[in-house]
Design a protein around this ligand. Structure first.
Ligand SMILES: [Zn+2]
Length: 138
């Protein structure tokens, strides 16, 4: 039952870093699509939170993606969410922990605050963040 490793393609990692760099100093965000403990794609979405160090994915974008994914065979589902910390580390902030509503999701954070830029992943359950090891591939 321990789900502390997730397969994470290099192309997805590169896409997240590129998205984070493109929109800084704002936070970027998007959803991660895959199957089980494998991430296959990142879907970049607009950050609809206007506050500087926050992000929010529009509920409509989330529902539209869910609806679209229902048509895929073999099935694809939303397996996580990503966002960036333009000036900080790749570690969940108190608001990230407080606002993590999907305990099964992978929470990927791109940290642009240091060198090199980092991409790290967590599961956030019962107000606790646990590191998930990303097994890169591709
Ligand atoms: Zn954050």
């Amino acid at each position: 039952m321990a789900r502390d490793r997730v397969v994470f393609p290099k192309a997805v990692r590169r896409a997240l870093l590129a998205h984070a760099r493109r929109v800084r100093p704002r936070e970027c965000c998007g959803l991660l699509v895959g199957r089980g403990t494998t991430v296959q794609f990142a879907v970049a979405l607009p950050n609809v939170d206007t506050r500087p160090a926050r992000f929010k994915i529009d509920d409509r974008d989330h529902l539209d993606l869910r609806r679209l994914l229902r048509g895929f065979r073999p099935p694809l589902t939303i397996v996580g969410v990503y966002h960036s910390h333009p000036r900080g580390p790749a570690r969940p902030s108190p608001s990230d922990v407080a606002e993590a509503f999907y305990p099964e999701w992978l929470h990927v954070i791109v940290g642009l605050g240091g060198t090199p830029h980092e991409v790290r992943a967590f599961r956030i359950r019962r107000a606790r963040a646990q590191v998930v090891h990303l097994v890169t591939r591709g």
